[in-house]
Design a protein around this ligand. Structure first.
Ligand code: AMP
Ligand code: GLY
Length: 435
């Protein structure tokens, strides 16, 4: 089978490795945004081109004789790359543009939950002007969030207490969004602990992955600007130390209901990864947002645990036969840590050489925003290298990940606190104090 992987970050490196581990006979091609040596080493061909251009991607797929494509990032989904691949007869893991609205429009996601009475939706209202904003802010009091209604890499969300310190601050941000021609949402600020619960979905059947917790803030102690995610962990029982079995069951039920609602609304099912970003609160599990793809870094956690044949899962998603596919994850804990360029995320340095020769387990190393210049591995300006530790406990996995990420040489930094006993205890104490 000839398989096309679209994208070239650490998430796609993890996908490429999972494909490579399948015993099936295959040829892997990658359409990339940067020269990722980890993916290149697993592929028959890696081509750097515009992965968001549907014609470029589908023409390449036709020429290369691709029968199955896996789309890693959200931007190609938002641009209709899945649609154009389906049009030329390629099976796709990744939803069509209209179904990817579950990620690309926060207002659409909220309205779908309301329309189908799916639990977990906070109070919200959608706006295209500042009319009525102050009334709703007054109703919400001091706990509010303002969100730009589109893809903004997590940067369009401003939370009270964090980024907005008064209703005037909120109004000023809303006015800025209106001036830029954008629509926006105001919603209730949820208090609790965030977690990611991703499900494989073939349009009808879902198979859930272990829960993962990401750390979005750039600096230790959850301080500093938001990022794509600095690191993640998952536990051996596929739950998280601060979650109950019932929390996990609620998240599963929300993903199942959302997939059903999407099928009902569009008359065809969502085929891909349905990634729920949830908040465990004192009043049950709430949905923060949906993503239409694997999380990055979450993909590195879960795919490092996958025991089943990933190609079978992808074919099951694309063909609608996922219900018959065996999907199993090892009962191990994982910790993933990202090394990022100095200055990330606001003013990252780039093109500086880095050295990964100190890494002891190459299977736990994932290349992200890197390039090769004059034969030298360099930082390309965003999250650079991810490492994953896998062990019986989060604590042991953290020790491995910390040792590995510290061995990467170059002008980089990482968060030493992710996955440590101290931080996990804080999460548990926080949830206990809320419940
Ligand atoms: P999003 O792009 O919707 O994931 O938002 C980015 C981050 O903003 C989330 O990971 C949360 O930390 C925070 N956030 C978004 N919506 C809410 C909410 N309703 N309550 C509290 N925090 C939120
Ligand atoms: N880890 C957050 C994301 O992938 O959006």
């Amino acid at each position: 089978m000839t398989i096309l992987l679209v994208g070239s970050g650490a998430r796609e490196h993890a996908i490429a490795r999972a494909l490579d581990l399948s015993p099936q006979k295959k040829e892997i091609h990658c359409l990339a945004s940067n020269m990722n040596p980890g993916i290149a080493g697993l592929c028959n061909e890696l081509i750097v081109n515009d992965i968001n251009n549907p014609d470029i991607v589908s023409n390449y797929a036709k020429e290369a004789g691709v029968s199955l494509a896996i789309i890693g990032p959200e931007n190609p989904l938002a641009c209709g790359v899945a649609d154009s691949l389906l049009d030329v007869g390629v099976s796709v893991v990744g939803p069509k543009k209209v179904l990817a609205k579950i990620e690309t429009s926060k207002a659409f996601a909220r309205k779908l939950l309301t329309e189908y009475a799916i639990p977990g939706c906070p109070k919200y209202r959608t706006y295209s002007s500042t009319n009525g904003v102050l009334n709703f802010l007054t109703e919400l009091g001091e706990h509010f969030v303002v969100k730009y209604d589109g893809l903004a890499g997590g940067k369009g969300v401003k939370v009270s207490g964090d980024h907005l310190h008064s209703h005037d601050d909120a109004l000023a941000y809303c006015q800025k969004l209106v001036d830029e021609g954008g629509e926006f949402i105001i919603e209730e600020k949820l208090i609790g602990q965030e977690f990611s619960l991703m499900s494989f979905c073939d349009g009808e059947h879902l198979k859930h992955m272990p829960a993962v917790q990401d750390h979005k803030r750039a600096y230790e102690g959850d301080k500093g600007p938001n990022t794509g995610g600095m690191g993640t962990y998952s536990d051996a029982n596929h739950g998280l130390p601060f979650l109950t079995d019932d929390d996990i069951a609620q998240a599963h039920a929300i993903n199942i209901s959302t997939a059903k609602a999407l099928k009902d609304k569009f008359g065809e099912g969502y085929k891909g990864i349905l990634y729920g970003g949830f908040m465990a609160t004192a009043n049950g599990v709430k949905l923060i947002e949906y993503n239409a793809r694997f999380g990055d870094p979450e993909a590195m956690n879960v795919l490092s645990l996958l025991e089943s044949d990933f190609i079978d899962i992808c074919v099951g998603i694309a063909d609608g036969t996922l219900g018959q596919v065996d999907v199993r994850f090892a009962n191990k804990a994982t910790v993933c840590k990202y090394a990022v360029p100095e200055g990330y995320p606001d003013s990252p340095i780039k093109d500086e050489p880095i050295d990964v020769s100190g890494i002891s387990n190459p299977d736990g190393l994932f290349y992200a925003s890197v390039n090769i210049q004059n034969g030298q591995l360099v930082e390309a300006g965003s999250r650079t290298i991810a490492v994953v530790g896998v062990a019986d406990s989060v604590s042991e996995a953290e020790t491995i990940a910390e040792k590995e990420v510290s061995s990467v040489r170059g002008p980089l930094f990482h968060r030493t606190d992710i996955g440590t006993d101290e931080v996990i205890q804080k999460r548990i104490d926080h949830m206990n104090s809320l419940r």
